[in-house]
Design a protein around this ligand. Structure first.
Ligand code: CA
Length: 524
């Protein structure tokens, strides 16, 4: 982080923060190095009792299954306004949402690596140093995991079996792989689909594939194109490699087959399990699974990929049911960021402004479905705030791992949202979501208000990554009322100055946490 940037943020925000503004803030900070949360003691007590009763019945702590899609847009699933109208029906996701809780204000970071590392550390990317995707040829100056404690480590130490299937994208050097940072087992690919498939797609990348010199240089970057099976302790096997676009198209079927077999195996054991299933799809470049081509009404590869992911989600749920553990398993389904519009038409749909790579809603608001048979009331919908970081604290609670065991030399951004997810009328305990772009603090949402102090502006239509600029706002932060204006087009700034001051005050307080707990730089 550039110190001048943080300083300017603090100054800009503090100028706009009269003391009365804090009155809208319901959150309370209980521990110095933790994010303040909205107290809901009754809700928490009732859910603790609900969990204790389930424990008596099952005799076992619950399993935790996260399903993460790569780059799926908020508006892709039918239950979020897409599905059939977008040429890609998603009956399994729609059923999952109908049978559980559909979150409408669920937030990711604006790109892959930041989200994936945040949910496993409970810490914002600016704190861990994993501030942007690790790309082909990137060399970090320091292993960010050397002093981070992953959720997999914490759950593993408490007696869980931990497995990550699919895309990792948080480093492929020794010491940074899933099975080096706490997972018992990893079965998947290190990078995103496009990094793997560009060496075999001569139609899309002729300048690379048809030029032996460029190909040699590309291969020299050492990007992993193998399906890897890794085990805690370091043993790492290469199962197969992607040698054609057909291989890439089949990857998610292979990964789902593995997770299904693993669920069957783990469900029969005494230990509870944590499975993070990360799809390769629907990140560009998508190739239809040759065994399932033409699945979607649209017939475009992206749409086929959506329908294929939907099928696999249905199969994962069915596997948990067949293994007899559906009633003792929290399933959380989400996407790691908004659609990558730069790759259109190999891109998803969002009804919001912006896309992947921006901190407008299109980049960060993602589908979030929590499903737990018998524990989450069917048909719930909530617009309360949920940051995917909160999955970390919620998993610790479910596993019975006390947050008192976490170190106090670093700041934790997660909030335990167990009672929000599991109470029949659960309300969020998160008061604010903070949005970062690399090492720039960009925006904050509180209730329906969102204030930007910096923005990512595309310089050509839908070019949010390849032709975009990060810009400062003018005299005042851009304040939007997302209920009046979900597309963030019409600012309400001075008309609602107490809210502007309150949200700016949250940004100031957030920026202040870095004085005592400085950000980590790993050279990204
Ligand atoms: Ca992604």
């Amino acid at each position: 982080m550039k110190p001048i940037t943080l300083l300017s943020v603090l100054l800009a925000a503090s100028l706009l923060t009269p003391s009365f503004g804090q009155s809208f803030d319901r959150s309370v900070r209980k521990v110095d190095n933790r994010e303040p949360s909205i107290p809901r003691p009754q809700q928490e007590a009732q859910v603790a009792e609900k969990l204790a009763n389930l424990r008596k019945k099952t005799g076992k702590r619950p399993n935790i299954v996260w399903i993460v899609v790569d780059d799926m847009g908020y508006g892709d699933p039918g239950c979020y306004g897409g599905g059939e109208i977008a040429g890609a029906a998603t009956p399994h996701l729609d059923t999952l949402a109908n049978d559980g809780l559909r979150l409408t204000s669920c937030y990711a970071q604006q790109t892959c690596t930041p989200t994936r590392s945040a949910i496993l550390t409970g810490r914002l990317p600016i704190r861990t140093g994993l501030t942007r995707p690790i790309l082909a040829g990137d060399k970090v100056t320091k292993n960010p995991w050397a002093d981070e404690i992953s959720l997999a480590t914490l759950l593993g130490n408490s007696g869980y079996t931990t497995v990550l299937t699919g895309k990792w994208h948080v480093g492929e050097a020794v010491g940074m792989r899933p099975h080096d940072v706490g997972f018992d087992e990893f079965y998947g690919y290190y990078p995103a689909q496009k990094e793997i498939s560009q060496r075999v797609d001569g139609r899309r990348y002729p300048e690379l594939v048809l030029d032996p010199l460029k190909m040699a240089a590309f291969e020299g970057l050492g990007i992993g194109h193998h399906l890897v099976h890794g085990f805690k302790g370091g043993r790492t096997e290469e199962i197969s490699s992607v040698e054609s676009t057909e291989d890439m198209g089949r990857a998610d079927q292979v990964l789902t087959d593995f997770s299904i077999a693993k669920i069957k195996e783990l469900a029969a054991k005494d230990k509870p399990f944590f499975l993070e299933h990360c799809f390769m799809k629907v990140h560009c470049d998508n190739y239809a699974n040759p065994d399932l081509a033409g699945l979607s009404a649209s017939k475009y590869p992206y749409k086929d990929a959506i329908v294929e992911v939907d099928l696999h989600v249905g199969a994962l749920r069915a596997a948990l049911e067949e293994a007899g553990v559906l009633e003792n398993t929290l399933i959380f389904f989400t996407s790691d960021n908004g659609p990558q519009m730069d790759a259109w038409p190999d891109a998803g749909y969002t009804p919001f402004r912006g896309a992947k790579g921006t901190t407008f809603e299109g980049g960060v608001r993602v589908p979030g479905i929590a499903y737990w048979k018998g524990m989450i009331a069917p048909g719930r919908v909530s617009d309360d705030l949920f940051d995917l970081l909160d999955l970390f604290g919620t998993a610790l609670n479910l596993a019975g791992v006390s947050t008192d065991t976490l170190p106090d030399d670093r700041y934790y951004d997660f909030i335990d949202q167990t009672s929000f997810l599991l109470h029949d009328n659960g309300r969020s305990q998160r008061e604010a979501v903070y949005f970062w772009w690399g090492s720039e603090l960009m925006a904050c949402r509180m209730r329906q208000f969102k204030a930007h102090i910096k923005v990512v502006i595309p310089q050509a239509t839908h070019k949010y990554i390849d032709l975009a600029s990060v810009m400062d706002v003018g005299l005042a932060p851009w304040l939007f009322d997302l209920y009046l204006d979900p597309k963030e087009e019409m600012t309400v700034g001075h008309r609602l100055s107490p809210w502007l001051a309150t949200v700016a005050g949250k940004l100031t307080a957030h920026g202040g946490t870095f004085r005592k707990y400085p950000p980590k730089n790993i050279g990204l």
